[in-house]
Design a protein around this ligand. Structure first.
Ligand code: NAD
Ligand code: GLY
Length: 376
């Protein structure tokens, strides 16, 4: 992985990294220049481009992108999806196929995912499936998508019984993180993205955790340079992990720290009630608590993580999913998880600050953690 450092604060600040995947390697460009930054990159050649966005993001950013792409492709089409995690399903995915077929797109079409993780995951999945696989480009417009979901090629949709349970690995050809798009992001969504940045600390880089402790106020105030550093460092860590284990044979599971509990929260509350990053935030506290109760880390580490998550404005306690048997409901939901094996839930735990392991835990202990970590 090569990288260049960011120049001091400037509108055109940019950095680029490469996801090292042999012939499927691709660049991540971090810039604040809007879609025109695409002009710095060779774009995938194609007979047409399809911009996939949603009802919130398209009015803000699709016209400028359309203009840039019109200089590259003979035809530029667009499709606008309904906004929300609750729409990350087959019905919405089908709107992308409808548009591709209605416009007569062939297998040289290039899909452009313009939006957050929901649009990115669905566009990538549509690209993986259409005519058995076409090219796509990620233009992530949320912090969460810039630091995590746009990178690494996990695509898919939710099922009512389980989060992200239907999907495919399909790598994009290019990721452009436009920091200026974060200016219009609601504060709650910015905080949700912070959860996935914090995640990289306990699993891989305690220096990043310390940096976040120093710069959380600047990040929440949308300081461009602080955001640029956080996005770049997050993408570097993710690039290393994905480069080593693209299809999650083992190592890549560490990127799911907090997600086993978090996915249960999202599905149990009903998709869209708790944001993905909010579920991950409370889930990280629970996973850290479980690590402590298994004797892997000290209570001080759990407290440090909890304090940082709270400072980001994120929940540190999970919701009650069932008034009669809350822990039982969490366990039921967590058994529908891609990391589960033969019905046994496997958790990403911290075995020393900056290092994660994947392992099972006794149900009784997990119940204790849920009882201790959920708000009445
Ligand atoms: P999201 O895509 O729902 O976006 C959040 C909200 O912000 C939406 O209402 C969206 O319309 C709006 N929005 C997006 N960009 C905006 C902008 N610039 N200005 C104003 N509003 C904007 O949510 P998200 O947090 O980006 O992504 C969450 C999804 O990502 C979940 O479905 C999760 O499962 C998935 N995810 C995938 C991976 C992966 O590796 N593929 C990793 C992490 C998360
Ligand atoms: N967000 C988890 C992963 O990409 O593996």
């Amino acid at each position: 992985m090569d990288s260049v450092s960011l120049p001091p604060s400037s509108q055109a600040m940019s950095a680029s990294l490469t996801i090292p995947l042999g012939e499927r390697s691709y660049p991540i460009l971090i810039s604040a220049a809007g879609p025109s930054a695409l002009l710095q990159q060779p774009l995938p050649k194609g007979t047409a481009a399809l911009i996939v966005s949603n009802t919130t993001v398209a009015p803000l950013y699709a016209p400028a992108l359309q203009q840039v792409l019109a200089g590259h492709y003979p035809q530029v089409h667009s499709v606008t999806l309904p906004d929300g995690e609750e729409h990350k399903n087959w019905q919405t995915l089908n709107l992308i196929f409808d548009a591709l077929l209605r416009h007569g797109c062939d297998r040289k079409v290039v899909l452009y995912a313009l939006g957050g993780g929901v649009v990115g995951d669905m566009t990538g999945f549509a690209a993986a499936c259409y005519m058995r696989g076409v090219a796509f480009v990620q233009l992530p417009t949320t912090l969460l998508a810039q630091v995590d979901s746009s990178v690494g090629g996990k695509t898919g949709i939710n099922h009512p019984l389980g989060k992200n349970m239907v999907g495919a690995f399909h790598q994009p050809q290019l990721v452009l993180c436009d920091l200026s798009a974060l200016d219009t992001l609601p504060a709650r969504e910015l905080a949700a993205g912070m959860a996935e940045i914090i995640k990289y600390g306990p699993i891989a880089d305690m220096q990043l955790l310390a940096w976040l402790e120093q710069h959380m106020d600047a990040l929440l105030a949308r300081d461009r340079q602080a955001l640029a550093h956080a996005v770049k460092r997050s993408c570097e860590i993710k690039a290393q992990v994905v480069g080593a284990d693209e299809r999650e044979a083992g190592l890549r599971a560490i990127l799911n720290f907090g997600h086993t509990f978090g996915h249960a929260i999202e599905a149990g509350m009903g998709y869209g009630q708790w944001l993905h990053g909010e579920g991950v935030a409370a889930g990280m506290v629970m996973a850290a608590e479980l690590s402590q109760r298994l004797g892997l880390v000290e209570a001080a580490f759990v407290q440090r993580l909890r304090a940082l998550i709270a400072r980001a404005g994120l929940p540190v306690r999970g919701p009650v999913l069932d008034a009669t048997d809350n822990a039982g409901r969490y366990l039921e939901l967590m058994r529908v998880d891609k990391k589960a094996e033969a019905g046994a839930i496997r958790f990403v735990l911290i075995d020393q600050p900056g290092r994660a392991v994947l392992r099972a835990a006794p149900d009784a202990l997990v119940r204790e953690v849920i009882d201790a970590c959920c708000a009445p």
